[in-house]
Design a protein around this ligand. Sequence first.
Ligand code: PLP
Length: 384
Amino acid sequence: MSQKRYIPFNKPPSINDSREFITKSLDSGQLAGRGPYTKKCEEWLAKKHPKIAGSLLTTSCTHALEVSAILMNLSGEDEVIVPSFTFVSSALAYHMHGANLRFCDIREDTLNINEDLLEEAITKNTKAIVVVHYAGVSCEMDIIMSIARKHKILVIEDNAHGFFGKYKGVNLGTIGDFSTLSFHATKNISCGEGGALLVNNKVFLERAETIIEKGTNRSNFIKGQIDKYSWIDKGSSYILSDLLAALLYGQFKNSNKIQLKRRSIWERYFVELSEWALSHKVSLPFIPEHCEQTYHMFYLLLSEKKERDNFISFLADHDIAATFHYLPLDKSEMGLRIALNDQVQCPVSKRISDCIVRLPIFYDLEAAEQTRIINTIKSYGLES
Ligand SMILES: Cc1ncc(COP(=O)(O)O)c(C=O)c1O
């Protein structure tokens, strides 16, 4: 392998089972949603999350979040609390479906929503808290759930990074009222674009089936419960094509292999960069003992933005794609326009956004490529 080969930031796994299932799906002609591969995927999700009432594949995590927003009947004064350091979808879905947003800052260590700031963000209008298990490391769910139950508000786990993660031995995505998964090409398990809604409270499950079926009771029709279907509720076209479900199912079946490989890459970065990080005042990810992470991301926290930007450029000059992450939502053009808490600053989100660098981590990353990444990082002339 040439030393000059460009190392991308991410590359979806190439899995033979997916090829086989896609061919079978094409041959079957059942390409629309809710077909045999969707059923297999949803059964697999149920097996992996034994506590849930049900799961529904969707076109994306964003759309799964939207379904949860519709299920909540948001209106007028309703408020949703969202971490400032997250992808736009965690906020957008609730804004689109009628909520006012309050942004909450994150913890310095796990980069998750700071549970100590929640009580002050809650008002009589708060309907829900969205939590994001950043990099697949759990938020402090015991505390968050007890605050939510005390105030009778819902919790949505935006689990885009946290598939296979655990909090105190409990699967992420099974703790809040709803949770969402992303199968976008950048995620550990992916089908290009895709997602899922996991419903933990069965009260919501039947309506969720209606919402993803464009507001119709088609799923009752398919189950033979009614002789024709019609428009009964809000909804949209949120159903994943069965062809993509076939691709996804191939990855589900190989998820142990994918996770093991990601774990070995993550651990190698951690071990081989620890000493360098210490002597260059760079922080590595922090994983609390009670959290089982998902090896979704390996990041470094540098001391300031200029240095972080130089570092990314340096790696790019060496044909290595490292990248920044979220721009804080409270500082975004839209966030500034619509947030309720315009006086509230989220300084930790801002600092992390300025200082974070994510390193390549993907199933097909070769050992020699990782050696090159690590050696290049160690050769960077940071002040110590
Ligand atoms: C935390 C979080 N939530 C939601 C999303 C949106 O996922 P999707 O692209 O599947 O809609 C992302 C995307 O990266 C994300 O990081």
